[in-house]
Design a protein around this ligand. Structure first.
Ligand code: 4AD
Ligand code: MG
Length: 463
């Protein structure tokens, strides 16, 4: 007999079919009539299917009545119309095979109401819980939508390297990649001699695939990357990971406004698909995590994103009369309290802030005619803050070289990036979406460690 998923067995169309289900027991309860109900889940859907196991089964007393949460089983039987409320079907078992027992007293995740903090200590078991099952399915759907969105629009999927020699964001939050012996590295004039290292120079885990995406956009039109990126930010916040996944589209002949339009369509597509393709999982987040989430997301789909300059945003903050922890003045890097005030209190909407001071932003952003601001944009959403950072890129060779020197970079080390401006330069733009930030936004979950399979944060790299 072919294997059937729990998701299929729960559908009305399956009534009358013989099925073979394989998964994990969520609960078992025994009826006075001498039979048992088993709730079975196999990850294919949020909901379980109810199995009815009758006392006449040969292993009823010896095995079935000892089943507990966590046991793994194969169940063969017939799908019937369920007399119970809230479920279309149930499965009458003709055969129950136990694969793995699970001691209910020792099983760490058997208790209801385990905190997310606790579940992080058993990250290898947490996918078996409702929340992390729902998250895994949603994350999968979002990843699929992302590829579909760009593929339908003719973007090339480019695999950016994980190891590189440049610091794209210029923030110095780099993890070094080396094969030198840390106990006795080769020295030259008292300093580590990286010419003897594996790549013959200092190398790091990438903080962004943008520069490589630009190589392909500036030759083939539209490209996107989707891969892991790494930042040695020692900020232990609920919004930062040391390893996170980023999607970075890059488009030739697109200006900052085209970039904003694409970012808005992109986020709206992700929301639309999440609501349409994961309704049960989204319903769970609504009921258990954030009671406002569905209304908020539906509201965002209906309204255009606002576009506000950094300078106007500073004015709004100054006039707000609020006492912020970080005082506001033109030129400051906006803190999460400022971003949240703008999206949650002032505009009550998604806002694209643009044209930031040049001193705040990396070398590659196009300098405006005023000389003091650059063509940057950040997409800020209620509840999370920044989920996208992007810009129009500096396509003028001389200005780009000047910006590199100004931000302490050696243009010679970026000779290949400068070549893109030397030979057939084009106006172009792009942005980066943090996958985990968008998952926080979609679910209302409070901590970024709970939206990635295996979180990497300061002092934590278990599992
Ligand atoms: O604003 P960021 O640093 O921009 C870039 O890396 C550009 N190269 C993108 C581009 O223009 N191609 O990062 C982009 C997004 C942020 O808006 C945020 O969503 C996410 O990446 N992000 C992080 N997510 C989790 N943990 C961290 N430490 C993150 N740092 C950035
Ligand atoms: Mg940013």
């Amino acid at each position: 007999m072919d294997r059937t998923t729990v998701a299929d067995a729960r559908r009305e169309e399956s009534i009358g079919k013989q099925v073979r289900l394989q998964g994990w027991v969520r609960t078992r309860r025994d009826s006075k009539g001498g039979f048992s109900f088993i709730e079975l889940n196999d990850g294919s859907s949020f909901g379980n299917v109810q199995i009815v196991a009758e006392g006449a089964l040969p292993n009823y007393e010896s095995e079935i009545k000892k089943l507990h949460v966590g046991c793994s089983v194969t169940i063969e039987g017939e799908v019937l119309k369920s007399p119970a409320k809230g479920q279309a079907t149930e499965v009458k078992a003709s055969n129950v095979i136990v694969h793995g027992w699970c001691d209910p007293d020792a099983y760490p995740i058997q208790k209801k109401g385990a905190t997310f903090e606790f579940l992080r200590t058993v990250g290898h078991l947490r996918p078996r819980t409702n929340t992390f099952g729902a998250m895994a399915r949603l994350r999968n759907q979002v990843s699929y939508s992302i590829h579909q969105f760009f593929q339908e629009q003719g973007f090339l999927y480019v695999h950016a390297p994980i190891i590189g020699a440049s610091d794209c964001e210029g923030a110095g939050e780099l993890f070094r990649v080396t094969t030198l012996d840390p106990a006795k590295p080769p020295l030259l004039d008292g300093k580590i001699d990286y010419t003897q290292d594996f790549f013959g120079k200092p190398t790091f885990l990438t903080v962004s695939g943008q520069l490589q995406a630009e190589i392909f956009a500036c030759g083939l039109g539209k490209a996107y990357t989707f891969g892991p990126t790494f930042r040695a930010e020692n900020s232990n916040t609920s919004r930062h990971l040391a390893e996170f996944w980023m999607i970075e589209p890059e488009m030739a002949f697109h200006d900052l406004y085209d970039n904003m339009t694409l970012a808005e369509a992109f986020i709206k597509r992700i929301i639309t698909d999440a609501l349409a393709k994961c309704p049960e999982d989204m319903q769970f987040f609504q009921e258990r995590i954030d009671k406002e989430i569905l209304t908020r997301l539906e509201g965002i789909l209906k309204t255009p994103f606002l576009r506000v300059t950094y300078t106007d945003a500073i004015d709004i903050l100054l006039k707000s009369g609020k006492a912020f922890e970080y005082p506001v003045k033109w030129g400051i890097d906006l803190q999460s309290e400022h971003e949240r005030f703008l999206t949650e209190e002032h505009f009550k909407n998604t806002v694209i802030l643009h044209d930031y001071p040049r001193t705040l932003k990396p070398f590659y952003m196009r300098v405006n005619d005023d000389g003091t601001t650059v063509r940057a944009m950040d997409v800020l959403v209620p509840g999370v803050g920044e989920i996208i950072g992007g810009s129009q890129r500096e396509e003028r060779l001389d200005v780009l070289e000047e910006r590199m020197r100004e931000t302490g970079l050696d243009p010679a080390a970026y000779w290949w990036y400068l070549d893109l401006r030397k030979y057939g330069t084009v106006p172009h733009s792009g942005f980066g979406l943090g996958l985990e930030r968008v998952l926080l936004f979609l679910t209302g979950m409070g901590n970024i460690r709970d939206v990635i399979p295996c979180p990497r944060t300061p002092k934590s790299a278990e599992f």
